[in-house]
Design a protein around this ligand. Structure first.
Ligand SMILES: Cc1ncc(COP(=O)(O)O)c(C=O)c1O
Length: 379
């Protein structure tokens, strides 16, 4: 397969190990194993640690352990453990699904801007990809009428991502249902990339049900990376019809075979403490959203944004005579701040902000970024 470079990943790799203030990060501040253990009741902690230390590190169950699949299935209303395939992050789930569901020449609709995988992999398969714009053209919000205009009788797949990376847009429950019904009317699949599930923001929008719970054409993709702050576990999954799960499992036999056994066990531990993790995330989001709003308000002459309605991300628009890659590189190399260049998403004069960082680092990162913007403005 010939595939275009993943622009954001290439850019992040250049700076992510050097900068002090990563406020472009797409996830929430990561948890440690110690954090996970500390969520256990005190009397159970030693036994939980001992169980991890004594776990034989053999190959794991290929689909993910029954315990993990059961815990994940229980997060949906209509899904059995047989309908879950645990994958190496949501990225592998998406990749398998695109390769199993799509053939060259199929028509696919994907959001844009977006996590690049969502349109680049279908393109690499040879699909005709229509881009569903969620950028400044639609005030960084989903427009389902625009989606309807893109649908053809040959549409094979509609990809949704709500909350959306990079704008924080959300599909309302009614809009999500409409997307599903539109897909169903032409016999298309809907993949819901729900990587930002469970990450609500103050005064944000209500979450639509996961697409897998909407009907037989819906497949949900999830991950512990963003909502649990556990990207290093590389635990994602898909939830969908048994036949699709079986085919994806068959393809995965040739790629990564099974999840890491320790990662699977840590994921089970984390899922037992969902409510504590969501509450911990909420504190970070509340603090950082307030700091970001105040920082942008103080720079209204050069900055504007539509705050996220859910998830962790937003695009900032800036009015300065500098392209986004040069600005992002200057921020990283001279101010030790990472804000992702809009050009990686196809949108100039934008920067992507992530509100999941540790609040002290986030606030200092904003202050440093402010110095850089002031400098550029005065130049
Ligand atoms: C929308 C979206 N989907 C999927 C992924 C992949 O996440 P992971 O493979 O870490 O689960 C990301 C990561 O940034 C994302 O933003």
């Amino acid at each position: 397969m010939k595939i275009e470079p993943f622009l954001l990943e290439r850019w992040m790799t250049r700076h992510e190990t050097h900068v002090k203030y990563d406020i472009a990060e797409s996830g929430i501040l990561p948890l440690t194993v110690n954090d996970l253990l500390s969520f256990e009741p005190e009397e159970a902690r030693a036994a939980a640690l001992e169980a991890l230390l004594r776990l034989p590190l053999g190959y794991s169950e290929a689909r993910g352990t029954a315990a993990l699949r059961s815990a994940l299935a229980a997060t949906y209303t209509s899904v059995t453990p047989e309908q879950i395939l645990v994958t190496t992050g949501a990225i592998e789930a998406n990749y398998l699904l695109f390769n199993v569901l799509l053939d060259a020449g199929d028509h696919v609709i994907a959001p844009y801007p977006a996590y690049q995988q969502l349109y680049s992999v279908p393109r690499a398969i040879g699909c005709e990809v229509s881009l569903w714009h969620v950028g400044p053209e639609t005030s960084y919000r989903y427009d389902v009428d625009a989606l309807e205009r893109l649908i053809t009788p040959n549409t094979k797949l509609i990809v949704v991502n709500t909350p959306h990376n990079p704008t924080g847009a959300m599909l309302s429950p009614a809009d999500a249902q409409r997307v599903y019904s539109l897909a169903e009317s032409v016999g298309a699949w809907v993949i819901g990339d729900e990587a930002y599930r469970w990450l609500s923001v103050p005064e944000g929008d209500p979450f639509a049900p996961p697409v897998v719970d909407m009907g037989a054409r819906g497949i949900s993709v999830g991950t512990l990376s963003k909502p649990y702050g556990l990207p290093g576990l590389r635990i994602g999954w898909m939830a969908g019809p048994p036949d699709v799960i079986k085919q994806c499992w068959g393809m995965r036999d040739y790629i990564t075979l099974s999840p890491g056994k320790l990662n699977d066990a840590l994921a089970c531990l984390a899922l037992r403490h969902h409510d504590q993790i969501v509450a911990r995330n909420r504190e970070i989001i509340v603090a950082n959203l307030a700091a970001a709003s105040a920082w942008i308000d103080a720079r209204r002459d050069v900055l504007s944004w539509t705050p996220p309605r859910g998830g962790l991300l937003a695009l900032l628009k800036y009015d300065l005579p500098i392209d986004s890659l040069t600005l992002a590189d200057t921020l990283a190399t001279e101010y030790s701040v990472m804000l992702a260049p809009g050009s990686a998403f196809g949108y100039e004069h934008h920067l992507r902000l992530g509100i999941g960082q540790q609040p002290g680092i986030f606030a200092t990162g904003l202050a440093e970024a402010g110095k850089c913007l002031d400098h550029v403005r005065q130049a």
